[in-house]
Design a protein around this ligand. Structure first.
Ligand SMILES: Cc1cc2nc3c(=O)[nH]c(=O)nc-3n(C[C@H](O)[C@H](O)[C@H](O)COP(=O)(O)OP(=O)(O)OC[C@H]3O[C@@H](n4cnc5c(N)ncnc54)[C@H](O)[C@@H]3O)c2cc1C
Ligand code: SF4
Length: 585
């Protein structure tokens, strides 16, 4: 949309910053309440179908699907050996991408590390500055949190409880399920509540073997709960139902939008209301404040292409730039009335930063499947989820909180996990014979929210647009390392109990940030001295300011966060709309 179509003399009801899971949901809910909304987002609107090319075969791609030679994507070793900003030392590469930008389908979606530097401790920070943000490429595992998470402090005494319970958010999880579509199977687990599921995917032979063996141990393996519509959505003309074409594995997006992405799931329908104005290429630089009232008055932004400065005005500002970018924006918005940054009288903005630890896992071979006919196992948006089993009824002596495993088995377009060596006909035969027999899984565990894990602004380094970069002060702690040790041991035990031959056990902990589930930098709470937002993600300090992304999380739990981000956001935006109509903002 041309910049002239954004009326900068107008006072919008709300400006939403960001167009990912959170910003898209805010745009959907606020426009459906009839509010006039301006959506600002840092990057461009990419023709995502042309980027993801879900039906392209590797031989149809100039680089067999790999990155072009002028680009480089950071590897695990490079994250470990080098310090941020990561641009230095990679001068031969014209474009430098995070580890996730390692193929031709993602190269334009994830940001260039050189244009978007950060400093401090090592961190694999994956960012997508395009319409829809990271939802264009997310892994789609869509899980709910429960009171085991919201009231975790009551169970083990650590950290803080959330100011809400499961009953507060459950109706909003239901709304998100029905509006966006989710596949899965009901399990009736108190610690992992069920969604309103559409048709589930099927487990394959090795996965069923594992499920049955785990059931004897009292553990639960369930079908991947995917944020994908398998039955279709009559109310959404932009999305098709899943045809099980398998491109999900490539993390290059779904070009028929069966997998949820924010543009087709939320933003285009919001535009159809006539209440949404979208301005892409708009890098928010600061939330402006009325010096008389201390309230938010609008957003100062830079056009990422022309480098020109603009200010847009609104009655309410909704920050949804993703957990770390939102903290950065609040810290950048210093003024006489808010000298530590906006919404930061508690000093907690940027702190209590948490996420998931990843790395430990196992690969095995189901010997009874070696030599069997190939099956179409990757024609589905996910394999299985093995739910948390630690610190539920029991108390583990070594660590608090828990972890779950994501995994899958069977045949894929590119045979995985094969340990065959050699070349020629014999090698091909060996790969073919074994490929359907492989099964693997990797763990995601809760990283405790700690005040001393935080981000602030770097005093020297700036990004391409002259905006101060974020500086990380973030490390996994002892609880995480003890948990990772347990993940490795239980992964191996469970595969052995299922009768799989162990091919590989990984004990390596991946670099901080690898899970791409960063959370907690503006946590909610009842006490304004120790939290930034109230239960409706409204700033304690500035009542017409809302921060509706993962920043608001009080702890990370071990479940993937996106479905919770969107459910919380829906709840908060319903409240916002009521408060605005009642003249309380
Ligand atoms: C490969 C991958 C796999 C994943 N798998 C899963 C999964 O299986 N399950 C799960 O729950 N989650 C998963 N995630 C995480 C999920 O994508 C995020 O939780 C979700 O996208 C967060 O939504 P968000 O709106 O906070 O941020 P984003 O989706 O990142 O959106 C942020 C938006 O803010 C904009 N923005 C940033 N800074 C500015 C600024 N200064 N001015 C204006 N706009 C700005 C960006 O352009 C973007 O539009 C995965 C992510 C990736 C990358
Ligand atoms: S398997 Fe389904 S959700 Fe995944 S890319 Fe294919 S159509 Fe889309």
């Amino acid at each position: 949309m041309a910049e002239s179509e954004v009326n900068l003399t107008k006072t919008y009801d709300a400006i939403v910053i960001g167009s990912g899971a959170a910003g898209g949901m805010a745009a959907h809910v606020l426009t459906s309440h009839g509010l006039q909304v301006l959506l600002l987002k840092a990057g461009k609107e990419l023709p995502i179908e042309k980027e993801s090319r879900s039906m392209e075969w590797p031989y149809g791609n100039a680089y067999s699907g790999q990155l072009p030679p002028d680009s480089h994507s950071l590897s695990f070793n490079e994250y470990t050996i080098r310090n941020p900003p990561y641009g230095l030392g990679f001068e031969k590469a014209k474009h430098l991408k995070s580890y996730i930008g390692s193929n031709d389908y993602l190269k334009n979606i994830v940001v260039d590390e050189r244009e978007n530097p950060f400093t401090g401790t090592n961190y694999a920070w994956v960012r997508a500055r395009c319409l829809g943000g990271k939802t264009n490429i997310w892994g789609r595992l869509a899980l709910r949190l429960s009171d085991y998470d919201f009231k975790a402090k009551d169970r083990d005494g650590y950290g803080e409880n959330w100011p809400i319970s499961y009953t507060d958010i459950a109706p909003y999880y239901d709304k998100v399920d029905l509006y966006l579509g989710i596949t899965g199977v009901k399990e009736n687990l108190p610690y992992l509540p069920d969604s309103i599921f559409q048709r589930p995917t099927k487990l394959n032979c090795a996965e069923v073997t594992l499920k049955e063996s785990l059931a004897k141990m009292g553990r639960v393996l369930t079908q991947y709960r995917a944020g994908v519509t398998s039955d279709g959505l009559k109310h959404n003309k932009y999305r098709s139902r899943c045809y099980g074409r398998g491109a999900c594995e490539r993390k290059g997006g779904c070009d028929i939008h069966a997998a949820f992405d924010s543009p087709t799931g939320l933003i285009y329908p919001a535009m159809d209301t006539g209440n949404l104005t979208l301005r892409t290429n708009s890098v928010a630089r600061e939330i402006t404040v009325d010096p008389r009232t201390g309230k938010a008055s609008g957003v100062h932004f830079i056009d990422s292409q022309t480098m020109k400065d603009y200010t847009a005005h609104a009655k309410v500002v909704v920050v949804a730039a993703s957990t770390l970018e939102s903290a950065r924006l609040l810290l950048l918005s210093k003024s006489r009335l808010h000298p530590n940054g906006l919404a930061n009288s508690s000093g907690h903005v940027g702190h209590n930063f948490c996420e998931h630890i990843m790395g430990p896992g196992v690969t095995g071979r189901a010997k009874n499947l070696v030599g069997k006919t190939s099956t179409l196992d990757d024609g589905r948006p996910g394999g299985f989820y093995l739910t948390r089993f630690r610190n539920l009824a029991d108390k583990n002596p070594k660590f608090i909180r828990g972890y779950g495993f994501e995994g899958g088995g069977g045949c894929t377009m590119f045979p995985r996990g094969t340990d065959a060596h050699g070349f020629g006909v014999a090698f091909k035969e060996e790969v073919r014979k074994n490929q359907g027999a492989f099964i693997g899984m990797g763990a995601f565990g809760e990283v405790l929210a700690r005040y001393e894990n935080y981000v602030d602004l770097d005093p020297i380094v700036k990004d391409k647009w002259g905006v101060p970069a974020l500086r990380f002060h973030y490390k996994f702690g002892d609880n995480e390392h003890r948990m990772a040790e347990d993940m490795k041991e239980t992964a191996q035990e469970m595969f052995e109990a299922a009768g799989f031959e162990i091919v590989h056990v990984s004990s390596r902990v991946l670099t901080e940030g690898w899970s791409i589930h960063e959370l907690g930098t503006a946590r909610m709470g009842s006490d304004p001295k120790t939290s930034v937002l109230n239960q409706f993600q409204q700033s304690h300090d500035v009542k017409n300011l809302f921060v509706v992304d993962g920043s608001a999380f009080v702890n990370a739990s071990c479940q993937n966060p996106t479905w919770t981000i969107m459910s919380l956001c829906w709840r908060s935006c319903d409240y916002l709309a009521d408060e605005l109509k009642n003249g309380n903002l």
